[in-house]
Design a protein around this ligand. Structure first.
Ligand code: TRP
Length: 329
């Protein structure tokens, strides 16, 4: 018996870092034990805002699969697949687009925000596809009749729209779809190495695929308490990036780390070295799994093909019902 059925997805954008792991993927790794899960690499969603140069998409998809599998998502237990390999997503998206008023899509808060934000970066995404982003997300979720959708806070308006669209479907044709609820992941507590929000666009990220040496050198670059110039100066852990990382990777010794900083008995270099080794230890299994898969690229392709096959079975059954309900059978 499971608690229910989960669907969630991530866009393959080639940017997966530790900040993305803590707050999203770590949650999935836990949820896979309790729910029946469908996890999709949503490559069509990636096209909604990056359609001009698609040449690196295959690489990003492969990398994302590596990230997920090395994090410990089990491809037997969960259905792990690439969205574009299951064409039913496109068919359901098309049919839902017929019953969705334009105004519902236009009033989604993320729509105008992102249009302006990307517009200011010189990116024009005044496209049909971008407006339909939450429509495609709706198709993803209800194709599998998922009841639980782990997402970040920013995705909640999309899920509200999902419920409105499926209610309209259920009302107009036949009550096929259950209403899904969000399962909110907590915002990531990890800052970037400069203390700002971790983001590849700031260049302050630590890649989820970083090997032990890369981890060590990124930790050494972290910004510490600017008021602690000499080792003998007492530090303020609450403003220190290294300390934020200790909270996650070294929670068992956190009060000692804090005291040693405040009374200046441990210097920043030593404190960073301790952190780096904790991170290397905690990510050792992740690295081992990644190395194994990197040596066997055919295996990743097999896993995704197997996932797509399993997803297609469920999706095809739902589409039979949808077509029958709409007299398209
Ligand atoms: N929009 C989601 C995000 O950017 C990704 C996504 C696509 C998704 N389809 C989904 C999430 C379906 C949950 C369910 O985070």
């Amino acid at each position: 018996m499971t608690k229910g059925r989960i669907f969630s997805g991530m866009q393959p954008s080639g940017k997966f870092h530790l900040g993305n792991y803590f707050g999203a993927l770590d949650n999935w790794v836990k949820l896979q034990k309790e729910y029946e899960c469908f996890f999709s690499i949503v490559d069509w969603h990636a096209l909604t805002s990056s359609f001009e140069d698609t040449s690196r998409l295959p690489e990003y998809i492969h990398d994302m699969a590596l990230d997920w599998l090395s994090a410990g998502l089990d491809p037997e237990k969960n259905v792990i697949f690439v969205q574009s390999q299951v064409k039913e997503h496109a068919e359901l998206h098309l049919l839902l687009s017929m019953i969705t008023p334009l105004s519902w899509l236009e009033r989604v808060p993320t729509y105008k925000d992102k249009l302006i934000q990307l517009g200011s970066q010189g990116k024009d995404i005044n496209t049909y596809g971008f407006l339909g982003y939450p429509e495609l997300m709706t198709a993803d979720i209800i194709l599998y009749k998922a009841d639980t959708v782990p997402v970040g806070e920013d995705q909640v308006p999309h899920l509200e729209l999902t419920r409105e669209i499926l209610r309209r479907f259920n009302y107009l044709y036949q009550p096929i779809f259950p209403e899904p609820k969000p399962y909110l992941s907590k915002a990531s507590l990890l800052p970037g190495i400069d203390g700002r929000k971790m983001s590849k666009s700031y260049g302050n990220e630590i890649s989820f695929s970083a090997n032990p040496d890369e981890l060590r050198s990124r930790v050494m670059l972290m910004i510490t308490d600017p008021q602690r110039v000499k080792k003998s100066d007492p530090g303020h852990p609450e403003v220190c990036t290294v300390f934020s990382f200790h909270k996650l990777f070294n929670s068992g010794e956190i009060s000692k780390v804090s005291e040693d900083c405040r009374n200046a008995s441990v210097g920043c270099v030593q404190c960073k070295k301790m952190l780096a080794e904790k991170m290397v230890d905690m990510l050792a299994d992740v690295h081992a799994r990644r190395r194994e898969l990197e040596n066997n690229p055919g295996r990743v392709r097999e896993i995704l093909a197997y996932g797509a096959e399993r997803a297609r079975k469920v999706a095809a059954a739902t589409m039979e019902e949808v077509r029958a309900a709409m007299h398209l059978a």
